[in-house]
Write a protein that binds this ligand. Sequence first.
Ligand code: GLC
Length: 765
Amino acid sequence: MADYGRILNWETADNEVKVSFEKQKMIITVLTDDIINVFVPLWSEEHRSKAIEPDDMDRVLKKGATFEVKEIKGSAEKNDITIEISTGNLKAIVTNGGFVDFYDMKGKLLSANYRGERKSRRVINMWDLELLKAEGHDTKGLENNSKPVEDVRVVESDEPIFGLGDKSGFLNKRSYEYENWNSDDPSAHTEQFRSLYKSIPFLICKNKEAAYGLFYDNTFHGYFDLAKENAEYMVYGADDGNLDLYFIGGKTIPGVIENYTFLTGRAPLPQLWTLGYHQCRWGYKCKEDIREVAEKYRETGIPCESVQYDIDYMDGYRVFTWNEKDYGPAGELIEDLAKQGFKSVINTDPGTKVEDGYFMYEEGKGKYFFRTADDSADYVNAVWPGDANYPDFGREDVRKWWGKHIAEMMDEKKIMGFWNDMNEPASFNGPLPEDVIGHDGERKTTHKELHNVYGHFMSKATYDGIKEHTGKRPFVITRACYSGTQKYSTVWTGDNQSLWSHLQMMIPQLCTLGMCGYPIAGVDIGGFGGDTTPELLSRWIEAAAFSTFFRNHSANGTIRQEPWQFGPEVEEIYRKYVKLHYRFLPYIYDLLHEEQENGLPVMRPLVMHYEEDPATYNINDEYLVGEKILVAPVVNQGETVRKIYLPEGTWYNYLTGEKHQGPETFLEKAPLDYMPIYIKGGSVIPMYDEMAYIGEKNLDKLILLATPEGGKCVHYQDGGEDLSYLDGNYNLYEFTVDPEGKLSTDLLNKAKNVSQYDSINVISF
Ligand code: GLC
């Protein structure tokens, strides 16, 4: 870490404390009692956040905080001073050198800057770096790792580190290193992968005092060494930009997530149908393929909301066109399938074909695209349609232009949801040079700053386009994103493969995305690349049964991956777990309603609710759904007996009602058609009857699954599509079930025009 020299003086203005060191100035801003920002203007005087919109900042500042600043005199001879900034919950102490340490109000240390020299554990003694490189070894960590923007923080010896969004590997990211540079790499994502599609520079640590969060808001190429180089510290670095650290308190992991999502925004409530099941494949080459798959879903009785349209539906991969030759007149197939309850979701790529006469090219050329470094021409690279330009989505007028075409697709082609793909952005002729010119609003800048927010801005363009046009809750899916994109889009984890290790990775990956503000997330069920197997697909649909973006997808050239391709046994298992997903939809929807208030996801790692139990730090093969359901899927080939860990409390097996008292580790038989599910004692869980798709029947019957001791729940019900819930148009019930199974209901909010249930039935195991 750079040494900023001694503190010379400081002053306060509003909620800021400006500290001048000999070589650098630093601004500490108290945002709330739990959020303190440390800003070192290495690149710009202002923050330039893309994650925190002006609306987000207004909300945060409205909450505000009171704070006190104290100067502590040190050595008189050097005239040394230390500055202490205290809020209701946190204390930041700034000392010479530019170090900032954080304490809780009891004076317990949460996070300190590391003061020593960095000491790498790697050795290269006899090796020649060039020879290692020549043979293709990974030598990155052997070179000088210092970055122009850097923050090095002490970690305790047993402190787990969570976060960073979609990064591969395990829940506890300690002892690994990662990079934030949104990347499209379809080779098998192993735990040694440094970067994937998303950049979410947010960490949650848990030391013996409390949990705390570190959000490094910087969109340039970023680096994280999480106590890998040396067990004593972790390192954040970036190639450029400011050091812009939000230290986030909250005491517990849920508290930290609540504060982080308060700052960067929360995922809005989705349309109910989007939480249902979706089928997709790259390579449904014509309308007959789509029709056949859709019909087969209805015939087999496996619920399904959409057969999503991959790039095959486009005319020559030109965005916002329709391949009439193979897919028939625009709108026809979609309207036809809508009669059977199918919704329409299309893939949209940003790379816009360079071609005279193509309307997107004609409208955009010289006007809406990234420019070459010398600003002499629109920048060209290549994606699916061949040579392509890249819309400069950081500009509002470009987003409006894109949004206008989104609206047209909705009107003319009856599209209901947009799947934003290839928006890292992907490029087939080598990476986009860092000096390609684009914008952040009106400000001219380069791809070096914009790369990691390309998907973010594209998602915002799509979200705004849909919302303004329809007044409904937008359905946007994105592959690339940054912190804060959760306000605009659902995410999926890109091109996984049909590997058991990728089924295993799904759990920590989706739990981590949830901890980082993305409650609506999913992976390609069955695996995208490579060929799935009957056993893998069966285990995958089980393990994914509670995911909020629930889609089977596979790549062109692989074997077909629809459930009926693998015989009646797999089809039966598949039907069972997709039906199970639909039965639990009211519970999932309730969690997303609560998420508006608390920022907590649906799929949660055990550590989120049992952080005092260190056994939960490294559980990668179980997850919680909210607080009340624990899922322990089989994620190993050939396994039919599962080791299960249940944390503290009473748990009931969902199938048999068998009672367990946690903490307990035991073995349970898990034949191919069985996924162990446990319900926490004292729970009441709202459920629906079976259905083929959302909209098939009136959702006027509610079932309440109650554990033997009875319990309580708050249940939310709305129209499932529009935004009138924001004006109070929803029913909110409080259900209390006593140990005899008797129900009493309080209506906490009554909707203007959403009918209440015709029947509410309590069931037990
Ligand atoms: C990318 C996407 C994948 C899609 C393919 C073709 O690889 O990640 O989901 O099927 O492009 O559009």
